[in-house]
Design a protein around this ligand. Structure first.
Ligand code: UDP
Length: 166
């Protein structure tokens, strides 16, 4: 029988993606983002809907504590239901951030009009989606939002089932 040759480059990377509360209220934005996830070959490893408490939002955005937009950000993130995803793909972290577009919506609209934020962003705070910016951030974020998810165990037991054998 044929044994698939698995190289390091075929390893899938995980990222944490989120549709923020203002955007989950708008069905066409949710559909639009989900279509973008699927059409860019991400696997949805886990997904759930949750209301993030102010405490959890503060832990999630701890590094922004001193920024001028911090209170606004915490208020937004705890204002309603978020859709949270663990996504898998090669180069998932970089690819998802490319697809989201720049943080600042005016920049997204002008220079990346087809990005998620370019298409659906309202303001710099209400910029539709989140995506981890590094493997370290992903691990921290997943431990906050999916505390039962074990990253190492996923690589040992589940990742193989998502890989293509060619
Ligand atoms: N944010 C904001 N005003 C700014 C910059 C950021 O309200 O000038 C909010 C925005 O919702 C952003 C989040 O803070 O998504 C986290 O900022 P970061 O710089 O980490 O951007 P991201 O990684 O989300 O692109």
């Amino acid at each position: 029988s044929r044994v698939p040759i698995i190289t390091a480059s075929s390893c899938l990377e995980l990222t944490l993606a989120m549709i923020k509360p203002h955007a989950t209220k708008v069905p066409y934005i949710v559909k639009g983002v989900q279509n973008i996830i699927i059409s860019n070959d991400f696997y949805i490893v886990r997904s759930k809907q949750m209301t993030i408490s102010p405490d959890l939002a503060e832990a999630f955005y701890k590094e922004h504590k001193d920024k001028f937009f911090y209170n606004r950000l915490i208020t937004l993130m705890s204002s309603g239901i978020s859709h949270v995803y663990i996504l898998a793909r090669q180069n998932a972290i970089k690819k998802w951030r490319e697809i989201m577009g720049p943080t600042k919506v005016f920049k997204a609209k002008i220079s990346h009009p087809h990005s998620i934020r370019g298409q659906f962003g309202l303001t710099d705070t209400r910029n539709v989606t989140h995506g981890s910016d590094s493997v370290e951030s992903f691990k921290k974020e997943v431990s906050l939002l999916f505390p039962e998810f074990n990253v190492n165990k996923w690589y040992e037991t589940e990742e193989i089932h998502f890989r293509s054998n060619n």
